[in-house]
Every structure is written in structure tokens, then in C-alpha cells.
Design a protein around this ligand. Structure first.
Ligand code: M6R
Length: 611
């Protein structure tokens, strides 16, 4: 398995309380069961429950046991259904070792067969993770570190593992490969976790654990070793996030909070890179004219929402910097032997920085000699660490599974990179550069103004939440926005939706139009305005219902559409940032009316660390 959360505690206080608390802080990641293992007076006690963490809390709250050391886990099922038996922690055959695991053990079937044959082990779950507990158990001779190292030698795949042993009540041993893991530094207490929010209430000082490292955590020390057991000195990272930023701040849902935080996110992402003269600073990323002239192709690679940002990035880089740019889905890129070499710039976009498909595509590009520049929202994430250069979005933590503020801040980063490249290469006229900087600087305030469409959107949502399918169309940069709007609606409302380049309609999809079929028509591109009017006529002639999204002042569109949502006047190039906002709100309000689990939609998790 899995996309899941890990928490560990060793110290002088109640391990039970800290671990439950830490797991709750990771609820946003999406999970379907949870469990805890404590070392209570030399005995390992495990409790697990399916469903919400409150179920587990209720179960153990009444029970009179605790300890000063333990590990906990939230599971999101991949191998085996979301039942209690499959929840972590898993125990070794003699019940004296417990583990939690994030990732996937690719050779688990082979290991399982060997463990059954050689050690007569009976497996209690359907998970891949249980093999880890048995492997460590099979190698355990009183030294947990040694047993974990031997087990790891046999494991293939991705993992962050936390392990405890009944006979070593003073330590947690953890190891990582391609799955996030951190150690938190406390006072007379230390911590283990997969994600920073789990520890924010306890400490802001952490160590980022790297691939193939093993960490030994005791109440008064954290020791990190490389795979040869050479001690590694790691700098302490101080987390500056505001704890409140990881909470809902008065909003009913994180998704709504994050939609409303966009003006601020856009401002932060922009202003940190623009000086008083309007010159762009790329956070120390060196992209000189010589280096840029040596690049003959850019690949923008990402998944989901980030890939829609990538579609906009292609248009921007080609338009402003004149460098041929391709976009690809990370899951496709890695299997198609792409034409990548030392003259390629690989531009990777990921909110979480932990998406496995994106990471593997990045590694493939690096193997082939490309330089890797990433746009990422999570400091210290795997993508950030494995890239040659990182350009961070300053969106703050994004908790809702549906990405909103990460998307618009990714777009801001792409504008900055494209404009910088164009100017540095000398292909972008200075007047054009200046005009775009003015347009960008006006965006936070225009995003505020766009959020005021909410009343109109709420009313549309009330009428349209009964629809079984919704279409989104656009041309040019509006195509990416249509894709993003459609994905947003699908993931939070579960309504079937479809996004298509407007010019493609007549080549097949038009056959689906019936009376009252609902179309959201994106017409934010002045250069393509007339073409969009023709598309509206085309679908209206078939009795569809048309809601257009256009810039203020475009009266003709209001005449031909059934209704129109107006966004502020702006240059075509920056319109995608504004045009997506009403459609994020639409997805949110429809999902709310349909009483969906908005922040954690079914079957989805925040970071997809599996293939
Ligand atoms: O963390 P990443 O940006 O790499 O995630 C990529 C996608 O999994 C993500 O954008 C997903 O599509 C979102 N749930 C969309 O809202």
C-alpha cells in the first residue's frame, strides 16, 4: 500500500495522545482506516479501526493503556480493502515488532511466498505492507536497526517505514526510499512523521530524511545514518508556517478557504519575485542568455491540475520566450522514451512535490541529461530536493484534495519564468514586458473582484446541481481553463463533465447536444472572441443552455448567451487566472448542495504517491 500518514512519538508524555493528535492533523490527506501501536511496559499493544480517526480515538479512549513510545498510521487503501485487518500497524509473527508503512512494496508477492515457505508465517492482512513486519521479525536478533537494514535489502519499491520492537522500548527506527519522512525535534521528546502538519503543534524544528537513510529516534536524540551506517549531519529545518494556516480559519471547508486565499497567494508568489523596478528575480535560479540559448526544447510535465497549468505554461513560454515547448502527462512521459538530452529543460510542476508519476518522469529526464527546474508548493518535498532548481509557489499549505490556490500560483510562476526567459533572450520587446508586469501586478485585486461573482455562482449552482453532465469549451488559453474547470467539478461534485477545445466540437462531440444540455463557454480571449461567438451560435442552434465567461464590457456575448459571468478586464494572457475562479466556486457550490465530502472526495487523496 499506500497514500497514507505516519506519526511516531518517543518521550516523557503520553504517546497515545500525541499520535492520535498527529494523525488527526493528517486527516486532510484522505484515508479510510487508522491504527496505533504502543510499547507499553515491554509489550506491543495495537489498536486499529476502519473509517474516521474518531472511531479509533473512541475505541482507545476508554482503554486503560498508554506508553511513552509508539507509532500511528492513516491508511488509504490500494492493496486490500479498507477494513480493520488491513489497517496499520502490522505485527511480526510473534507480535513483538510493529511497523507502519507509506509506499508500495513492489515485490511483496515474492517476499510473501518466501516468508510463508521458509518461516511458516500466516498473513493476517491483504496488504503489501505486512511483509515488512515479518521480514524485520525474521531478521530480529535483539537489534532493531540491524533487522530493519536486512529487511530493506530485500524490499523493492517505495517506502517510508517506522518500526518499534517490544524489547527496545526506547527507540523508533525509520527508513525511507521515495516516500516522504521527517523527524521532529522536541524537548525530552522526539517525533517521526510523513508530513509537517502532524508535528506543528509539537515542534517546528525538523530533519528531512533522505532516500536510503535510516533514522534512530530516542527521547533525547535523533541519529541519521546513510545506507552504510555512516552518521549523517543534517541541518535543522525550521518550519515557518503559521499553524492556523493548516486549519480552516472560519470557513466551512478548506476548499472554500483556499479559493478565497487566491488573491493573497497570487500577491505573495508575485511580489517576492518583483523588485521596485519591475525586474524579475528567479530566487537565485541561474538562467543566463547563454544557458537559455543552449536549450532547444522545453518539456513541461505534471499530473492533474498541475498539468493544466502546464498547458498554459506552453503557450506563455512559446509566446514570450520563443522556445519550442511541449507538455506531457507525467504518467505518459515516463513510458514513451521522450526525446530528451542535455539541451532540454525539463519543467516539472507539482503542488505536493510527492506525486510519484511526476517524480519518476523527473528522474527519467535527469537520467537523459536534462536540466530540471520545478515549480512546487512544498519546501523540502521530493520534487524540490531532486530538481536542479526550484521555483516555489507561495500558496501556503493546500489542504483540500481539489487543488485551487496551488493552480493559480503555478500560473503566476509560469508567467514570471516565461517573461524572464523572453527578456533574457532578447526576444521580448521591453514595452511588452512592461505591459505584462503591470497586468500581473493588477491581478491580486482583480482576483478579489472576481470572487464577488459568488452570489451569481451560488444561484447557478442551485439550478444546475441536478444536471447529469456539464460541458466546458474554450479556445487558445481557455482550453486549459476548460480542462481545469471540468476536473474540479468532477472531483468534488461527482457530476460527469467534459472539456473540449471549442473548434473540435463539430468533429464529433456535437452529437451529444440535446435540448438544455449545459455548456460553460469560456470566452476570455479577445483575439478569439468572434470565433467563440460562432461556437455559441452553433450550440444554441441545437437548444443547449449557454453560460459564458467573458471580460466585462463584452456585451455581444451577453446577448447570444443565456447568461454571462463577467470577469474584470485584463490582457488575454493573464485571463486564465481570473476565468478559473468562478468555475472553482461553481464546483464548490454544486458539491455543497449535493452534500459531497468536499475536502476529501471519494477515492481521492491529496498526494498520489502511487503509480
Ligand atoms: O501534488 P501534485 O500537484 O503533483 O498533484 C497532481 C494531481 O494529483 C493533482 O493536481 C490532482 O489532479 C488534484 N486533486 C486536482 O484538484
Amino acid at each position: 500500500m499506500t497514500m497514507c500518514g505516519i506519526v511516531g512519538y518517543v518521550g516523557n508524555n503520553s504517546a497515545k495522545d500525541m499520535i492520535i493528535d498527529g494523525l488527526k492533523s493528517l486527516e486532510y490527506r484522505g484515508y479510510d482506516s487508522a491504527g496505533i501501536a504502543l510499547n507499553a511496559k515491554g509489550k506491543i499493544i495495537v489498536r486499529k479501526e476502519s473509517g474516521v480517526i474518531a472511531n479509533l480515538e473512541k475505541k482507545i479512549g476508554k482503554q486503560d493503556f498508554d506508553g511513552n513510545l509508539g507509532i500511528g498510521h492513516t491508511r488509504w487503501a490500494t492493496h486490500g480493502s479498507p477494513i480493520r485487518e488491513n489497517a496499520h500497524p502490522h505485527l511480526s509473527a510473534d507480535g513483538r515488532i510493529a511497523i507502519v508503512h507509506n509506499g508500495i512494496i513492489e515485490n511483496y508477492l515474492e517476499l510473501k511466498a518466501q516468508l510463508k515457505k521458509n518461516h511458516r508465517i500466516e498473513f493476517k492482512s491483504e496488504t503489501d505492507s505486512e511483509v515488512i513486519a515479518h521480514l524485520i521479525g525474521a531478521h530480529y536478533k535483539g537489534d532493531l536497526v540491524e533487522a530493519v537494514r536486512k529487511a530493506v535489502e530485500r524490499m523493492r519499491g517505495a517506502y517510508a517505514v517506522g518500526a518499534i520492537a517490544a524489547d527496545e522500548p526506547d527507540k523508533i527506527v525509520a527508513v525511507r526510499k521515495d516516500a516522504p519522512l521527517i523527524a521532529g525535534i522536541g524537548q525530552d521528546s522526539n517525533y517521526l512523521a510523513s508530513d509537517i502538519p502532524a508535528l506543528l503543534k509539537y515542534t517546528r524544528d525538523i530533519y528531512l530524511i533522505e532516500n536510503d537513510e535510516i533514522v534512530i529516534i530516542t527521547a533525547d536524540d535523533i541519529k541519521i545514518y546513510d545506507e552504510d551506517m555512516t552518521r549523517v549531519r543534517r541541518e535543522v529545518m525550521h518550519v515557518t508556517w503559521d499553524a492556523a494556516a493548516a486549519e480552516k480559519g472560519g470557513y466551512e471547508h478548506f476548499m472554500k478557504k483556499e479559493i478565497c486565499e487566491q488573491p493573497e497567494g497570487i500577491r505573495e508568489t508575485l511580489e517576492r519575485r518583483l523588485d521596485d523596478r519591475g525586474d524579475i528575480k528567479l530566487d537565485g535560479v541561474e538562467l543566463t542568455k547563454k544557458e537559455l540559448d543552449a536549450i532547444d526544447r522545453i518539456y513541461i510535465v505534471a499530473c492533474g491540475t498541475a498539468s493544466h497549468a502546464g498547458m498554459q505554461g506552453k503557450a506563455l513560454i512559446e509566446r514570450f520566450a520563443g522556445i519550442p515547448t511541449e507538455t506531457d502527462l507525467a504518467s505518459e512521459f515516463r513510458y514513451r522514451n521522450p526525446l530528451v538530452n542535455e539541451r532540454t529543460l525539463f519543467l516539472c510542476i507539482s503542488q505536493s512535490g510527492e506525486t510519484l508519476d511526476t517524480l519518476e518522469a523527473l528522474r527519467e529526464a535527469k537520467r537523459k541529461g536534462a536540466r530540471v527546474l520545478s515549480i512546487c508548493n512544498v519546501v523540502g518535498s521530493s520534487v524540490a530536493r531532486e530538481s536542479d532548481d526550484v521555483f516555489y509557489t507561495w500558496a501556503g499549505p493546500e489542504i483540500a484534495v481539489a487543488s485551487t490556490k496551488a493552480y493559480t500560483t503555478q500560473l503566476v510562476c509560469l508567467y514570471l519564468i516565461a517573461l524572464y526567459m523572453g527578456r533574457e533572450r532578447g526576444v521580448l520587446p521591453e514595452s511588452e514586458y512592461r505591459r505584462m508586469i503591470e497586468e500581473l501586478r493588477a491581478l491580486p485585486q482583480k482576483a478579489e473582484e472576481t470572487l464577488k461573482t459568488e452570489n451569481q455562482i451560488r444561484e447557478l449552482a442551485e439550478r444546475f446541481c441536478i444536471k447529469e453532465q456539464i460541458f466546458y469549451i474554450g479556445r487558445g488559453q481557455d482550453v486549459g481553463t476548460a480542462y481545469e474547470a471540468s476536473l474540479k467539478l468532477k472531483e468534488v461534485s461527482y457530476i460527469n463533465s467534459f472539456a473540449i477545445a471549442a473548434g473540435e466540437l463539430k468533429h464529433g462531440t456535437i452529437a451529444l447536444i440535446r435540448k438544455q444540455t449545459l455548456f460553460f463557454v469560456l470566452a476570455s480571449q479577445d483575439a478569439l472572441y468572434e470565433k467563440m461567438l460562432s461556437n455559441i451560435e452553433e450550440i444554441k442552434a441545437r437548444s443547449a443552455h449557454v453560460v459564458s465567461i467573458a471580460k466585462k464590457g463584452n456585451r455581444r456575448i451577453a446577448k447570444v448567451s443565456d447568461e454571462t459571468i463577467f470577469i474584470p478586464q485584463c490582457a488575454d494572457e493573464v485571463a486564465p487566472i481570473l476565468a478559473v475562479i468562478p468555475l472553482q466556486l461553481l464546483a464548490y457550490h454544486i458539491a455543497k448542495l449535493k452534500k459531497r465530502n468536499i475536502d476529501k472526495p471519494r477515492n481521492l487523496a491529496k498526494s498520489v504517491t502511487v503509480e
